[in-house]
Design a protein around this ligand. Structure first.
Ligand SMILES: NC(=O)N[C@@H](CC(=O)O)C(=O)O
Ligand SMILES: [Zn+2]
Ligand SMILES: [Zn+2]
Length: 335
């Protein structure tokens, strides 16, 4: 039987939530990933040293063993340098959300005035704290990411030593930025390597495929696939697995977020195999992230096997992408 081994898989963009949801979903990621960048958009968001330490402790209490590293983030606001110095050791990155643009981002940045942000961003640059960004304007939904490129240009050129990660990119416009600025990097989700807007709303509307940023056009999908499949050194896997209770998705106001944590590696194998690029999967799902973030994850060896895997309908009241459908790859063992 065909197998594929991945060493130290990393998920560089993950939502673990809190409380019972955290207890339910954290073990699913901890099972097959060595570590994950944990997003800070809790209610209220993670903003203080105490918040970071306490959230990290709750995550560790929720996972069944110690072979998982939660890479912690802080919710961006203007912070002074003394504060950033005091938290730098507990943090892997700071996450910036434009205000109100996605789930739990109400307290985000409402105007991108570089001068107002300069002290914080310069301090992050000096302290080598990467900036992760949800890059969307409040423009027309299909144009939001492309419109945000001018803000990435401003950030990247004003802070040339600040590592800036364009999170969950969905457009050719964002892909094109990677080779324009040395300090710009990107995460790509697995669902954005599969979907276009057609899959979300082209036929019957699919709430479980609805997320921010929304999946875009075929040419955007092609551009994402090109850099992911070649494991372009500036891109890394970030699932953006974003669990919402079933009733919040199957609702007249559908929450944004696709839940992929338990099926991400299986789907990645399927995509990379389909394009005969399994040899690049290791770089996309671990090595690039290690190089970009300078991290050394916990050892984990995950072996996948090419055999049918039926995706559960439901994980603790959360419906995963492809619920009830059959994937071509399954996780065989984790060591
Ligand atoms: N991606 C999403 O659609 N939702 C994320 C937030 C985010 O990553 O923007 C969530 O927290 O639910
Ligand atoms: Zn986001
Ligand atoms: Zn996210």
């Amino acid at each position: 039987m065909k197998t594929q081994t991945i060493l130290m898989p990393l998920d560089m963009h993950l939502h673990l939530r809190d409380g019972v949801m955290l207890e339910n979903v954290a073990p699913l990621t901890a099972y097959s990933f060595s570590g994950a960048i944990v997003m800070p958009n809790l209610v209220p968001p993670v903003k203080t040293l105490e918040d970071v330490k306490a959230y990290r402790a709750r995550i560790m209490a929720a996972v069944p063993n110690d072979y998982f590293e939660p890479y912690m983030t802080l919710f961006y606001q203007n912070y002074d340098k003394a504060f950033l110095e005091s938290v730098a050791d507990e943090l892997t990155a700071i996450k910036l959300y434009p205000a109100g643009i996605t789930t739990n981002s109400e307290g985000g940045v409402s105007s991108f005035d570089i001068e107002e942000m300069r002290a914080t961003l310069q301090a992050m640059s000096d302290l080598d704290i990467p900036l992760c960004v949800h890059g969307e304007t409040d423009g027309f939904v299909m144009d939001r990411e492309a419109e945000f490129m001018t803000i990435y240009e401003l950030l990247a050129s004003n802070f040339p030593n600040l590592k800036i990660i364009m999170e969950h990119i969905t457009t050719k416009a964002a892909v094109d930025m990677l080779d324009k600025f040395e300090n710009l990097y990107a995460t790509i989700t697995v669902h954005h390597l599969i979907l276009t807007l057609d899959d979300v709303v082209g036929g019957m509307m699919k709430p479980h495929l609805f997320c921010k940023p929304i999946a875009k056009r075929p040419e955007d999908l092609d551009a994402l696939l090109t850099v992911a499949l070649e494991a372009h050194p500036k891109v890394m896997f970030g699932s953006d697995s974003a669990p919402h209770p079933q009733h919040k998705k199957e609702s007249c106001g559908c929450a944004a977020g696709v839940f992929t944590a338990p099926i991400a590696l299986q789907l990645l194998c399927e995509i990379f195999e389909q394009y005969d690029k399994l040899g690049n999967l290791q770089a996309f799902v671990s090595d690039n992230a290690q190089n970009i973030y300078g991290i050394c994850p916990e050892f984990k060896e995950v072996t996948l096997e090419k055999r049918p895997f039926i995706v559960p309908e439901n994980y603790f009241g959360v419906v995963p992408m492809y619920a009830g459908e059959t994937l071509n790859w399954a996780i065989e063992s984790v060591e």
